[in-house]
Design a binder for this molecule. Structure first.
Ligand code: UGA
Length: 438
């Protein structure tokens, strides 16, 4: 199959590289000359474990290439994926309208250039109805072209994207057109031979599945975060509560890690977009509205939790922050809880030092005046508190004895619950975790 991926951002690159790995010929297209030049020079512009190896391997095998020329690339394609970004519009949470139009603009360019039967697939998270709009454009403006429009949302997690692509729980495909069904079966043949279910449904249903899935997961996290607060008040342990309820298969044990609130480029944006779409259709999703509000408050509350652990004030105190990105194994700082937490500490007069294995470059653009260090021990020196914000593996095995000898006040606030209480307290630290009585 000849596949073209329009948009070589996170989703486009991961999907393009993995589809090439399945044996298809894939061209990843992007309007940014700088991005394509970098990719052609062997530089992968995003941090995703394993991605550079797959890109290298498939380029060497002649199955993957890059291009700035949309028209030339799609002319011979069987399938064209639209994988352009969809950030949220400032203010009202709607998936940016321009991002309905970016796919439709791309769609026009695609339609003008395709030859023969072609399947156009929306891979980015697009507002419900985008597929219908693209189809209308094709029908009215390019009546002579033979194109079928399919929705195929992605469920990749940053940091685990390759595994998620290759071992998905399901592949959702929104199309009822028999020829498109056949083509999409061929695209995902290696997975479906591996018994990953291909789930075909109507296009609008498929578009909504993406928002509903992310909103549900965000709600699940928010639920356990509230239970964590309750645990702190009544002396229960949230990790054990999560385990105990997660053993019930109807609930499941995933996405029940209490923490500082969800962040990233997807949950915050997609929950807001779903709330807005539902309001527009006079069918409000109140559970999600509440989830959004609770999560926003939680990030600020985490700042207050650190201040409380420092005897009620951080003025003039040195606070060492371990982890800045919204989760480990990414350099992504979008909507990271660390941004709000650090701002609360700066507002309280703290002197903030931070270290993150991958996120410091991006952090410099979004976080106020703080000092960056080269490792956890450097920033721990003379610190009044150490705060674990992101659960990077390298923070799971800190030399606590050494840490204790470096800090001014032995206090650890662990917003990810990565240490057993006894291990930390045995080294003489006061330990403040999430959802456990201190
Ligand atoms: C999320 C979804 O998990 C993917 O399925 C989806 O494809 C993606 O959004 C998307 O729409 O593109 P991602 O944002 O990369 O993936 O990261 P997650 O692993 O889902 O984590 C999101 C946030 O929730 C992080 O801040 C994480 O720390 C937090 N989280 C996650 C918790 O606080 N507790 C948990 O138990 C799980």
């Amino acid at each position: 199959m000849r596949i073209v991926m329009i948009g070589s951002g996170y989703v486009g690159l991961v999907s393009g590289a993995c589809l090439a790995d399945f044996g298809h010929h894939v061209t990843c297209v992007d309007k940014s000359a700088a991005k394509i030049d970098a990719l052609e020079a062997g530089k992968v512009p995003i941090f995703e474990p394993g991605l550079d190896n797959i890109i290298d391997h498939n380029r060497n095998a002649g199955r993957l290439d890059f291009s700035k020329e949309l028209a030339a690339s799609v002319a011979s394609a069987d399938v064209v994926f639209i994988a352009v970004g969809t950030p949220s519009r400032r203010g009202d949470g709607h998936a940016d309208l321009s991002y309905v139009y970016v796919p439709t603009l791309a769609a026009r360019e695609i339609a003008a250039a395709v030859c023969g039967f072609t399947v156009v697939v929306t891979k980015s998270t697009v507002p419900v109805g985008t597929g219908d709009e693209i189809e209308r454009i094709f029908r009215e403006e390019f009546p002579e072209k033979d194109i079928s429009v399919v929705s195929n949302p992605e469920f990749l997690r940053e940091g685990a994207a390759i595994t998620d692509f290759k071992r998905p729980d399901r592949i959702v495909l929104g199309t009822e057109e028999p020829r498109a069904v056949e083509v999409m079966r061929e695209v995902y043949r290696p997975l479906y031979l591996n018994e990953a279910p291909l789930y075909f449904c109507e296009r609008r249903t498929s578009e909504l599945i993406k928002y509903a899935a992310n909103a549900f997961l965000a709600m699940k996290i928010t639920f356990i975060n509230e239970i964590a607060d309750l645990c702190e008040q009544i002396g229960a342990d949230v990790q054990k509560v999560a385990k105990g309820i997660g053993m019930d298969k109807r609930i499941g044990d995933k996405f029940l890690h209490a923490g500082p609130g969800y962040g990233g480029s997807c949950f915050p944006k997609d929950t807001l977009a779903l709330v807005q779409t539902a309001q527009d259709h006079d069918s409000p999703v109140r559970l999600i509205e509440t989830t959004v509000a609770i999560n926003d408050n939680r990030k600020r509350a985490m700042g207050r939790k650190v201040i409380a652990a420092c005897d009620g004030t951080v003025r003039g105190k040195k606070i060492a922050i371990l982890g800045l990105t919204f989760k480990p194994n990414t350099d992504d700082m979008r909507d990271a809880p660390s941004i709000t937490i650090i701002q609360a500490l700066l507002d309280g007069g703290a002197n903030v030092h931070a270290y993150d294995p991958e996120g410091m470059e991006m952090a410099k653009e979004v976080i106020g005046p703080i000092t960056y260090g080269n490792d956890p021990y450097e920033i721990a020196e003379d610190a009044d508190a150490i705060v674990i914000v992101t659960e990077w593996d390298e923070f799971r095995a800190l030399d606590l004895k050494r840490m204790k000898s470096l800090v001014k006040t032995p206090t650890i606030v662990d917003l990810r619950n990565i240490y057993p209480v006894a291990e930390v307290t045995k080294h003489g630290f006061a330990y403040f975790a999430i959802g456990k009585k201190n």
